[in-house]
Write a protein that binds this ligand. Sequence first.
Ligand SMILES: Nc1ncnc2c1ncn2[C@@H]1O[C@H](COP(=O)(O)OP(=O)(O)OP(=O)(O)O)[C@@H](O)[C@H]1O
Length: 685
Amino acid sequence: MTDKKNGREYLGYVLEKLKERITEISLSLVEGQKEIEGMHEYYWENYTEMDQYGYENYDNQQALFRQISANEEQLILKQRFRRMADSPFFGRVDFIYEGEDEPEIFYIGIGNFAEKAGHIPLVYDWRAPVSGLFYDYDKGPASYEAPMGEIHGEVASKWQYKIRNGKMIYEFESDVKIDDEILKAELGSNGEVQLKNIIRTIQKEQNAIIRNTKDRIMVIQGAAGSGKTSVALHRIAYLLYHDRQNLKSSNILILSPNGVFSDYISHILPELGEENIKEMSFDLFAYKQLRDTVSDCEDRYDEIERRIRFPQKASLAEEKQSMEFINLMERYLVELEDRLMNFKDVEYKGFVKKESEIIELFYFKFQDFPLLSRMDAVADYFIDEVETLRDRDLADDEKDLIREKFMKLYVTGDLYVIYSQFLKENGYKGLPRVSYEKRKLKYEDVYPVLYLKYRLQSQQGRSNIKHLVVDEMQDYSRLQYEILQRIFSCRMTILGDRAQTMDDKQQDVLKFLPKIFGRDIHKIIMNKSYRNTIEIASYANQLAGIEDMELFERHGAPVEEKIFADMSHAAEEIAETLKLGEEEYETAAVVLRTEKEAEHMWLLLKEILGEKGFDIKERLSYLDRNSTSFKKGLTVTTFYLAKGLEFDQVFAVFPQKDRSPLVRQARYIAATRALHELHMYEVEK
Ligand SMILES: Nc1ncnc2c1ncn2[C@@H]1O[C@H](COP(=O)(O)OP(=O)(O)OP(=O)(O)O)[C@@H](O)[C@H]1O
């Protein structure tokens, strides 16, 4: 056995054991593969002689599935151990259990590793109960939550390691100062094109959120760069680890703002040894749900663009997603109970359901069904009766015919028509009367129609989703939360930042969320910002009038403010000031107000940088709403697509004269994207 107290020696020992385990697994994988091939061969040679009832065939298939899934598990394990062979651990806690004299030593890494399955780990997963000590305590009395209860004792010492390619780069006995230095080094490094995992340096306040399993709905209001997205993803990894029996990655859904953002965060869970999870934007979800009602829907970005270009034109989006509007819809829904109906007798091959009987079934027996699904229930009731009287089952086409007859008792079942009528009766302009192909919903109408759909038609519950993550919570309206509450009855992690609202005024969803989700909500505020240098964060805070943010002590260049006559002058300056290259930054962005301005800037930069010999093909990209990823190099985009992302160097280019509240928000969002260097440019023309 090795000296566990000596990090370097222990590293050598663990690496050796890892190598052995990897070899063992490789061998067992080869065996497993042979086994599978053997089963296939056996099947093809013998299938004609298998028992006629298929029992043997069934048994063979089951054995095959078991072997395949065992192989898959081994493969995943091997991948994890391979990753661990690069850096088996990053931390260590020496813990003296209450009543003991000598400390027990725990090394902490990206996953558990034991010499053999079921043995005591040589390295503990960062999510293991005992690893909580590493994040929550310095030297001194400490405790952690274990399955059998709270364990007390004392942290005798804590260590930090950096290991790369199996080589020890550094080891420190950690204290607050060193911890800060290590975090500073992590934050000071250049940006990747994807969000980094933070397991080496999770902060105490972040750890409390990650390891929280008791609250059903957690709502996190976190300042820009406070680590909300990182924390939410680590929380998912933590929950998956601790509730393997009930929670699978397929049970989790992230509502994220767009495709680029999805890509930006997509590798974290696989890196932490978990499978990737489903992500979707709410707009895409809505669009899919409404496909049988309209052929197209605007998305949120259309709405933002319109607001910027025509600020004087009042948008109804806010009004149509307000509580008052929901109340109007609810009142209309009550009226529809009568107005939507045109009852009369229904006859099928001599069997008659009288109008009065239908009314009775409709308003009493099936009153709990949503209005537009209720007649289906009445039709099924009638089908049952006919089948009983005839003493035979009806064929599917006969049943369809009957249902059709009952559906005719609705004046209309078309949500588009119903909603349009509602608008007109409440003093709004109705929707254009066009054929399905030409029906395109404006953004302001998308969610009201979706709401009506949920209120009027039975929906299949999304019971397979057991945890919903809502990122950028400030960008969802009251109405959208009402809909979410109807679709998902599961646990939720909802996170965002009211200061980054993409609207004229900041939206604080914390005010109304308890009214929608009840008292189960646990609110947490994260006020410490990690992303930006002090110079950048202070500058951005001034833009948004924020005073209560705590800043991580990391300094950089002052923010540069400049005014240019036009876009091409700004582009020239960007090309001059850009610091991309070896020994310099990895990522930079030019962030603009609208799609049109962004495209214009991109074309200008293409020309200017092209002339300078910059590799524009590989290192300059234009990010629009259909993009699904961004590359290292220079990215040109709008503020609303840059949201959630970060870049080493940021140029924010905005029209000087646009001082509208929405564009003030846009400037703030752009400024907070910068990790190390920020240039705020204003353009006169
Ligand atoms: N404990 C930590 N250790 C190392 N880096 C951290 C830590 N917490 C946050 N960071 C870093 O800070 C940056 C911001 O994190 P993240 O994007 O998760 O924040 P956010 O609150 O979602 O930001 P925003 O709302 O502004 O998009 C990232 O680079 C992240 O890696």
